[in-house]
Design a protein. Structure first.
Length: 369
């Protein structure tokens, strides 16, 4: 059984709504009131937690971001914030050399996506967008504030690519169903795969495991589908585990030598060896011991995101949104981006017709990148 090397609570930042997040940050600094702040964030939103991961301890994972936000019509400060400080989302920006895995929590609102290869979509409520940036692309991620949900919560994971895959053509995998993946449009320049991911219910429903990807084969061995979740470029298992009630436990079998990280979204869990992780803790597990043991120690249960994968073992040199193996490769990526090789940027207020025109103009540049 694996044991934790360290358990860390990373900084949570105020945004969407920022005024609410600021109040939560202040409350969380008051020692015993931190738990109250965490509970209010979980219920009402207002903060984001970006976790930059060290390559040596987290390979192949580069970044984990936990978003919990709310966009309510009666928030009178919302129009001022979006007009004067920052828009409600992330306008067109470049990526090269890695994958973004965006998982919207079930029952939460999601994102509207447009990219420089002429692909657009809406997804939320349990859906996963697995986007392989490869040799380079632009994409826009704006919160789907016109959808049926005003509460938004998701994880975004940056997953490194092996050196041999860093310059492959971009592609997108959408995992979900007709209620969580909508309005998918592609010109044909982007390879888009739409599918699903397995969910296992164990111990009379007290344990639920959603396998976004499962290179370890656990889902198939437990009776799930043979093709479990996303197709990956290196061996990776990403699982969302929920444990109902105190004392409920589950073990995820993982290959020896794999990296393993566990992020506690709610409740608290016993990780073995007397180590207990609370809400919003990130647990860095050892690579020895095979299985990851999780046992809820909270009457309300526990909710945990597990990131596990075989280390790639290559050097990591990152600059902004480029993740490569050498500084020369990063410099080349920046030159390609500035020359239009990732596409021609568009404003987030652009209509779909205006965005399509930019994609059409960029096609010759993209083919030469």
């Amino acid at each position: 059984m694996r044991v934790p090397l360290k358990i860390v609570r990373h900084t949570r930042l105020p945004v969407w709504p920022a005024w609410q997040g600021l109040a939560l940050v202040a409350l969380s600094q008051m020692g015993p009131l931190r738990g109250i702040a965490d509970g209010l964030e979980s219920r009402f939103g207002g903060r984001v937690c970006p976790i930059s991961l060290e390559p040596q301890e987290a390979d192949p994972f580069v970044l984990l971001v936990h978003h919990r936000h709310a966009f309510r019509n009666l928030d009178f400060l919302r129009p001022v914030f979006s007009a004067a400080i920052m828009p409600e989302g992330f306008p067109a920006h470049p990526h090269r050399g890695f994958e973004t895995v965006t998982y919207v929590l079930p029952g939460r609102g999601g994102l509207r996506h447009r990219d420089s290869f002429g692909c657009k979509m809406r997804y939320g409520n349990g859906a996963v967008q697995w986007m392989t940036a490869g040799r380079g692309m632009l994409h826009e991620e704006m919160w789907d504030v016109d959808g049926e949900f005003s509460d938004h919560e998701l994880y975004q994971i940056w997953l490194n690519l092996p050196p041999s895959a860093k310059m492959e053509p971009p592609r997108v995998q959408l995992l979900g169903d007709e209620d969580s993946v909508r309005d998918v449009e592609s010109t044909g320049d982007m390879n888009v795969r739409v599918g699903g991911y397995p969910t296992l219910e164990l111990q009379d429903g007290r344990v639920k495991v959603r396998y976004l990807a499962d290179s370890s084969g656990v889902a198939a061995a437990a009776g799930g589908p043979d093709a479990a979740g996303a197709v990956t470029r290196s061996p990776v298992t990403i699982a969302h585990v929920t444990l109902e009630g105190a004392g409920t436990s589950h073990e995820l079998s993982l290959p020896e030598g794999w990296t393993c990280l566990a992020y506690v979204r709610s409740g608290s869990v016993d990780l073995g060896g007397g180590a207990v992780a609370a809400q919003y803790d990130m647990c860095y597990m050892g690579r020895d011991g095979g299985a990851l043991h999780l046992q809820s120690t909270d009457a309300s249960g526990a909710d945990v995101l597990v990131l596990a994968g075989e280390p790639i073992g290559a050097p990591v040199v990152a600059s902004g949104t480029m993740v490569m193996n050498t500084q020369a490769q990063v410099d080349d990526a920046l030159r390609a981006y500035q020359a239009g090789g990732f596409g021609i940027p568009w404003d987030h207020t652009a209509t779909d017709d205006e965005w399509r025109q930019r994609c059409e103009q960029a096609r010759p540049l993209l083919r030469r990148s």
